[in-house]
Design a protein around this ligand. Structure first.
Ligand code: DGL
Length: 273
């Protein structure tokens, strides 16, 4: 199958959080068009079962394929942890998740070989970071901590709030005590709490943002497959946004974090797919 290199990249997440990944793709691959899907009707994914997340991911991928995307980025950590392997077999276009790019950097950065991972209950419970990190370096010890309150705090916009700081202090204490020197921000929302997490963990702990690493990995993958956009077909709307529930919150959240004004989001009946 010949893939059109000027086709858009499909990016999906359980809701708004994956916009942190879309943002890095926009910054690092400015010539690429993006079709973003946020599953705002069925969020959160972080406390759902693997089977459910695979079913949701397959539906979204069918929708993205209908949009003729040339590659798919699973921007959601939980969906990457649970569904990437299952959906990869269904696809003849490149697909990547956010777990491996973060793990590769953490393995490279750690000096004392003690790496912390924070994420949803699903992501941390899957043990997937540990699997990748141990493959990369069997001497690495991985310490996981689910931080479920971070997602609603970010969506509430409480990025620099004393309440958020206190929640972070309680969640992260254990990781501090176990003397990790590298921490993977394993959930779409957490890069937005970077300064709070930095304040709690201190300057000596390296914070790994998988969103950034995923954008670089996408660039590498598209280059390798000769699929980087030529950027010739300038479009008025290079970024299209779809959701499964039309919440105003999506647009306001998007406009608060993207270097791009989101004027329109379209609602899709994802259960049809
Ligand atoms: N996007 C999810 C993730 O990165 C967080 C929000 C949710 O639980 O759906 O795991």
């Amino acid at each position: 199958m010949k893939i059109d290199r000027d086709a858009p990249v499909g990016v999906f997440d359980s809701g708004v959080g994956g916009l942190t990944v879309a943002r890095e793709i926009m910054r690092n691959l400015p010539s690429e068009k993006i079709v973003y899907f946020g599953d705002t009707a069925r969020v959160p994914y972080g406390n759902k079962s693997k089977d459910t997340i695979i079913r949701y991911s397959r539906q979204i991928i069918r929708f993205l394929q209908e949009q003729q995307v040339k590659a798919i980025v699973i921007a959601c950590n939980t969906a990457s942890a649970f569904a990437l392997d299952a959906v990869r077999d269904d696809l003849d276009i490149p697909v990547l998740g956010v777990i491996e790019p973060g793990a590769v950097v953490a393995a490279r950065e750690t000096r004392n070989k003690r790496v912390g991972v924070i994420g949803t209950i699903g992501t941390v419970g899957s043990g997937i970071h540990e699997d990748f990190l141990r493959q990369l370096d069997p001497e690495i010890t991985v310490l996981g901590k689910a931080c479920p309150l971070f997602v609603p705090l970010v969506e509430e916009g409480w990025l620099h709030d004393p309440v958020t700081f206190e929640v972070a202090r309680r969640y992260l204490r254990e990781l501090q005590e176990r003397e990790i020197d590298t921490l993977i921000l394993g959930c779409t929302h957490y890069p937005l709490l970077r300064s709070t997490i930095r304040e709690v963990m201190g300057e000596s702990v390296r914070l790994v943002n998988p969103a950034y690493e995923t954008a670089l990995e996408l660039k590498r993958l598209l280059t390798e497959k000769d699929l980087l956009s030529t950027g010739k077909e300038e479009e008025e709307f290079p970024y299209r946004f779809y959701v499964s529930d039309l919440a105003d919150k999506f647009k306001s959240f998007a406009n608060s974090i993207l270097p791009y004004d989101v004027e329109m989001t379209q609602k899709i009946d994802i259960e049809k797919y």
